[in-house]
Design a binder for this molecule. Structure first.
Ligand code: SME
Length: 152
């Protein structure tokens, strides 16, 4: 069943009561891990150098770092600036396997004034975990994070 994303968006908005990117990104990935079923990883990768994603706040097992823009699902989201929704990462040739249990992945780019700030990456051990409705709902949650946060 699709979660109640409008409710989650209101709850996330209430949770993010600072403008600080570090606090808000830590709170956001903890909130998503808590509220969305069947996730095994939720976190941010930040662009702090050209064409390279650096591991940011996350929930889950220790993860891959750094990720170049030309690698994996996160790299594709950074390069194309479009959400990547993958039903089975084992079918993606250049997927970067941080955890062999991960099957489905959703990566949402975060673009501020035409600059890629980073991406939000969600992983699930369930094949096909993320529907189009989940994509839209999670993009809406990322929009709340962006509205509430000073992303310099
Ligand atoms: N699987 C990702 C790497 C990041 S981890 O899943 C946390 C990818 O292919 O970009």
């Amino acid at each position: 069943m699709t979660p109640d994303y409008p409710l989650l968006a209101r709850q996330l908005g209430a949770l993010l009561d600072t403008r600080d990117w570090l606090t808000n990104s830590a709170q956001t990935c903890a909130f998503l891990m808590q509220e969305l079923p069947e996730l095994n990883w939720a976190g941010f990768y930040l662009q702090r150098q050209p064409e390279l994603l650096c591991l940011g706040p996350f929930q889950g097992k220790p993860a891959c770092h750094p990720i170049p823009f030309d690698k994996g699902v996160c790299g594709a989201a950074a390069r194309t600036r479009e959400t990547q929704r993958v039903d089975d990462v084992h079918a993606v040739a250049d997927h970067i396997a941080c955890d062999a249990d991960s099957r489905a992945e959703l990566v949402v780019p975060i673009v501020v004034e035409d600059r890629l700030w980073g991406v939000l990456d969600l992983d699930s051990p369930t094949t096909g975990r993320f529907s189009e409705a989940d994509r839209l709902g999670i993009e809406g949650l990322v929009a709340v994070f962006m509205e509430r946060t000073e992303l310099a």
